[in-house]
Design a protein around this ligand. Sequence first.
Ligand SMILES: [Zn+2]
Length: 681
Amino acid sequence: MFERLSKIFYGGDYNPDQWDESVWEEDIKLMKALRVNAVTLPVFSWARIQPSEEKYDFSWLDKVVDLLGRNSISIIMATPTAAQPAWMSKKYPEMLITDIQGRKHKHGRRVNFCPNNTDYRRLSGLITEKMAQRYKDLPNLIMWHICNEYGIYSYCYCENCARAFRIWLKNRYGSIEELNRRWNANFWGHTYYNWEEIEVPSYLTEIMPSWLGKKDMTAFQGMAIDYNRFMSDSYLDCFLNEVRVIKKHTPDIPVTTNFMGSHKPIDYFDWAKHIDVISWDNYPTNNLPVSKPAMRHDLMRGLKKGQPFFLMEQASNQVNWEPQNALKRPGVMRMLSYQAIAHGADSILFFQWRQTRGACEKYHSAIVPHAGHLNTRTGRELTKLGKELEGLGKKTVGSRINSKVAMMMDWPNWWAIEFSAGPNEDLLYLDQLEKYYRAFYDLNISVDIINPSYDLSGYDIVVAPVLYMVMKETASSVEKFVESGGIFITTFFSGMVDENDLVILGGYPGAFRKLLGLWVEEIDALYPDMTNKIVMKEKFPEMAKKEYECRLICDVVNTEGAKTLAVFGKDYYNGSPSLTENEFGKGKAVYIATEPEDDFMKDLIKHYCKEKAIHSFIRPQKGVEVTQRVKDDRTFTFILNYNSEEISVALPEGKYTNLLNGAVVSGEITIPSKEVFILEN
Ligand SMILES: [Zn+2]
């Protein structure tokens, strides 16, 4: 790991340029009181630093940097390139994006730049160069933070992007004939004879809002998916344009950009190869189950194959962008902070330091509220947390999670499923991932979220919900995994198409047909008020019920060697397989031909985990989360009690030290409501 990342960093986004200089000393005083040891700046200060194309003014930033340095507060230095100055948009109007409706934007908001605009690339590169030259030798510079939340609002669909898209396609496919073949352009007479004929897929061309408004549809999936790939690449080029400058001056300082968890427009697995430390912004809403942020933490950890990540932003209390911005209840901010660490975070950072006085984020909580002091409920919680994190020191930093279970996740697969016209508009990729994730989560079994291209050896169970788009290499790596003894679990609408969304002919699920020992003859979409039944044939002791409900999609399956474990209980395919298992080499490939109710998934997952001797550290309880991070010969077990009541936990044999209070515990212990134990042994 990087030398300067040797403790848990605590702090957040600091925007001193939005305040009078007279409060800066007070800021430092409060930071010290809270034990803040890192701040991120100057994320949105491009206009302040560069008042015109010819003029740069770093004087105020120099003062802040000096103040932080003198007080031993580390700096995550951000390039301010997410919000170009108004003069720049005026001088270079081509820099502004054109949205999916074909509307050329005017200056406003942020991340409102065309990623293929050469003036943006030049000017963002220049300010990055100035900053790198100026601040490269700061002893308290721990990380570079490039831009902010790439692709947050919209892709660009301008003429310049259209030209760049054609070049991208030429590089990818070589000839127009190959492009026609990959996009199946014979359909609706779309054959192209010249690259110039290709338009970008927007509402003016191939994209259409769906009849029911749930997700956009497209007439040409191959083209639409390629445009997403191209846009993800275009923003990546903006990122790399700045990284190249940074690395020239500070090759040993890690570089990051803040991700947004499950953010559809950008292929984070693809980007992760170019990023030193993954960081992300976690804003779970109060009314969602805690398994949702847990899954996103695991995804962020999975991007770089288990490497710890930075929690770059979270809110100390309420946000401003929900319809109802509920307060975080007492203890929740602290619990969510420890949840991040429990899943692999090595920092707890907030947006932002001081609550802004005007504009849309003035009612978004910050560390220092409008009242101007920390003698508040949130202030007291933040003070306690700062003290605790300081006490943890570097113990957990760099530690890893050893999961025996992996879940596959893939951005192009996500795009393909949700661009698909059929079979069911209610089929949403994240919903499906979350259902399977929750089954493991409720059993306190740790899951790595990995890309299908990642190495599968080392796992006992690999789950791939709706892995619709499958590369040849993935199919063979999954076969190898099962042959050598692994259990692979997949579902309906998997193995269907290649990277261009062309159906793999010869019977679904083409890529997995041999492995699963079956073929799917028909795919039935159920109306929202319709259900079917999964009727168990095989009597697994973990399956608590004989019949489970299912919905969304039902496959009509013909087995070709697979064993039928359950059948459908209704409709004309009553009695045909709904759950199958195929022995393949030393392992098994399991197919779930519908969307089952949650109990079914939990029971089935329990069954296969038992088969592989994968257990929770303690007996699973409702509202209790357990993870383990390991470093050298030390194990750190996190037990989080989200319940409103205390719980009693029976620890396995041994003595454990609770790192939060130093107490040595063993046997039966009591964990109060909204409390976390970090047990070292
Ligand atoms: Zn553009």
